[in-house]
Design a protein around this ligand. Structure first.
Ligand code: BTN
Length: 266
């Protein structure tokens, strides 16, 4: 078993950021890095603080689903303090940016599945959970929780999954340097976040469109607005991060969220 401990000094030395990673908190065990990040955010910690845990014992994914976080994974949360704006597209931008970094570092083709998943070979490699506290329209803070199945085997995960899980170790057959990967992710996310704040989502979403595994695929939509369950074709991403779909009836619509979106065979 390799030593998966983070080297926080190495992480600091690899960062080229101004804010992301300005404070780094590392723990062997936490209930959830996002819970810890929320606590720190409520206490007034600056934007860019990063909370990392080697293992999490009560981590969650979207819809309060359990998120298994054994040793060897990359489990971290980032504190943001964005101005009042539509934040939905940020999940897509971050997912796409992380998929690009994973691919560059590991040479494994990695994509994002709308709206918050990281996929390799139609299997789930990781996910993003955005949670915020708002005063009216004004976000007091946003916590971006990111989980990537890295240096362990998917067979070590148990339970039922919406999509079969995979890990980078399974996909590439070798370990990935987690500190270097996290540094590269934070460097890229800060760049994209600043661009998003400056010019909005349109150009960035366009730039990353070909990283989206969902577009062009048949999907099963579960609980999205008025749709309880329906099969559809995912046609395109909209410039604000929606997913344009065509239902079997021929009618078209734009999704902004769904309890589940299952990729069907291509
Ligand atoms: C999903 O796919 O539903 C999102 C999964 C997000 C998991 C990460 S791991 C780090 C952070 N802490 C948590 O409790 N959840 C997120």
């Amino acid at each position: 078993m390799q030593d998966h401990r983070f080297d926080t000094n190495l992480l600091k030395s690899l960062l080229t950021t101004k804010r992301f990673g300005s404070r780094i908190f590392y723990f062997d065990v936490l209930d959830s890095t996002s819970n810890k990040a929320k606590k720190l955010a409520k206490e007034g910690i600056d934007e860019g603080a990063v909370i990392i845990a080697s293992t999490q014992v009560k981590a969650r994914g979207r819809m309060e689903r359990e998120w298994q976080s054994p040793e060897g994974g990359l489990w971290f949360s980032l504190v943001l303090r964005p101005p009042a704006m539509e934040l939905h597209p940020l999940t897509i931008i971050f997912g796409a940016a992380i998929s690009a970094v994973i691919e560059a570092i590991s040479s494994v083709k990695c994509q994002y599945h709308w709206v918050n998943d990281l996929y390799v070979n139609d299997r789930k490699l990781g996910g993003i959970l955005m949670e915020g506290r708002f005063r009216g329209m004004e976000p007091e803070y946003v916590i971006v929780g990111i989980g990537i199945n890295l240096n362990f085997h998917a067979k070590d995960l148990s339970g039922e999954f919406n999509a079969p899980p995979t890990t980078l170790l399974d996909e590439r057959g070798e370990f990935t340097a987690s500190t270097a990967l996290l540094a590269a992710i934070l460097n890229r996310l800060e760049k994209e976040y600043d661009r998003f704040l400056e010019e909005g989502p349109t150009e960035i979403i366009h730039k990353y469109k070909n990283r989206c595994v969902t577009v062009g695929r048949k999907v099963r939509i579960i609980n999205s607005g008025e749709i309880e369950e329906a099969d559809a074709e995912a046609l395109d991403l909209t410039e604000d991060g929606g997913l344009m779909v065509e239902l079997g009836t021929g009618s078209r619509g734009i999704l902004y969220s769904a309890e589940r979106l299952i990729l069907l065979d291509s």
